[in-house]
Ligand binder design. Structure first.
Ligand SMILES: Cc1cc2nc3c(=O)[nH]c(=O)nc-3n(C[C@H](O)[C@H](O)[C@H](O)COP(=O)(O)O)c2cc1C
Length: 352
């Protein structure tokens, strides 16, 4: 596995990602045995998770490999971000590894194949028995050239809702101009009102929970506004958060100057601070998925203690490979037991 990872790192980062996706699609990527630790099983937003560790949006943008990713031991997979129409994203190069900081900068710009093929793949997934082993969510966004952002989200939410376990409205990518503006109180309230109306109009026997994914670069006022707005809109949960536009000290200068969102280790501490604040603002009443810089069981445990009911990761997978998923789950079970917790829910927010 170590050799494989080293070989992948010799390739340009986007090529390495394409090779990985191809291996997953063709069934030549490793399959890891499922972990069935009852202490890791958890119930959030009305869904049952085999474990609380998910793969964050961006890895499987086109919903091409959710089942192979569940076979790596993830408790849940978030496919997307998908936009109504296919779009190529920003010009290359647009993805940069920063190995010395265990970080990545990306300015991909929602490159994806669009809703039609995404939904067709999810539809097929519906009958796959492996779904019994894990949760699949859909993360939706807007096209770069769209003139009506709300209409794009409504289109996405309507199309994916019948086929997934949860839906995420992503308003926090730094690489689509104007997208983060949707986090402002008035814009967010208008967006969520339309999305909720569209969901009700679907008249599904069971609506998948609705989550909102926000940025880690928000000040206290913005966090308070978002907390108030998502509660008023009866959203089911938050994902905190996306990549950061900040450039903490210690990054190599030539890479720090690249435009885009920074993810990985340097995001860990700052995103924990925001997570604690948001947990306090929500009074523990709305579950949060904690994302940002997780690369070990200790990190995942810390996110939970800061207020996350579930966690996700992406960047650490680039550096550590799929064995990390099992390692985090095993370590997390041990840490929970060490501190006398019988279930994850009891550890959520104890440090907040
Ligand atoms: C290459 C790359 C692409 C990403 N694409 C998306 C995306 O399409 N939608 C999204 O909501 N987040 C996207 N993200 C953000 C991740 O989902 C996650 O929020 C962020 O990377 C922080 O987690 P990490 O430090 O574990 O990577 C992307 C991240 C990376 C590194």
């Amino acid at each position: 596995m170590k050799l494989l990872l080293a070989a992948l790192r010799l390739l340009p980062p986007e090529t390495a990602h394409e090779v990985t996706l191809c291996a997953l699609r063709c069934g030549i990527a490793p399959i890891l045995p499922p972990l069935t630790e009852s202490i890791l099983q958890t119930h959030v937003f009305g869904l049952d998770f085999f474990n609380p560790v998910g793969i964050a949006a961006g890895f499987d943008k086109n919903a091409a490999v959710p089942v192979p990713l569940l076979r790596w031991g993830f408790g849940f997979v978030e496919a997307g971000t998908v936009t109504p129409r296919a779009q190529p994203g920003n010009p290359k190069p647009r993805l940069f590894r920063i190995p010395s900081a265990r970080a990545v900068i990306n300015r991909l710009g929602f490159n994806n194949e669009g809703l039609e093929s995404y939904v067709a793949r999810l539809q097929k997934l519906g009958s796959n028995p492996i779904r019994n082993r894990g949760i699949v969510g859909a993360n939706v966004g807007k096209n770069k050239d769209s003139v009506d952002a709300i209409a794009d989200y409504v289109t996405g939410v309507k199309a994916v809702s019948p086929h997934v376990d949860y839906v995420v409205v992503n308003i926090s990518s730094p690489n689509t101009p104007g997208l983060r503006g949707l986090q402002n109180k008035k814009e967010l309230a208008a967006l969520l009102m339309e999305v909720q109306k569209a969901r009700r109009d679907l008249k599904l026997p069971k609506l998948p929970p609705l989550l909102v994914k926000i940025a880690p670069d928000l000040d206290d006022q913005a966090l308070a506004d978002i907390a108030e707005t998502v509660m008023a809109a009866a959203v089911d949960g938050l994902i905190l958060g996306n990549t950061t536009v900040a450039r903490p000290a210690g990054l190599p200068e030539n890479l720090a100057k690249e435009t885009g969102g920074l993810s990985g280790k340097p995001l860990f501490e700052p995103s924990n601070e925001i997570l604690k604040k948001m947990y306090r603002l929500l009074g523990g009443k709305m579950p949060i998925i904690g994302v940002g810089g997780i690369s070990s069981a200790e990190d995942a445990y810390k996110k939970i203690r800061c207020g996350a009911s579930l966690v996700q990761l992406y960047t650490a997978l680039i550096y550590e490979g799929p064995a990390l998923v099992m390692k985090i789950n095993e370590g997390l079970a041990e840490l929970l037991r060490r501190d006398g917790f019988n279930r994850i829910q009891d550890a959520v927010g104890v440090d907040a």
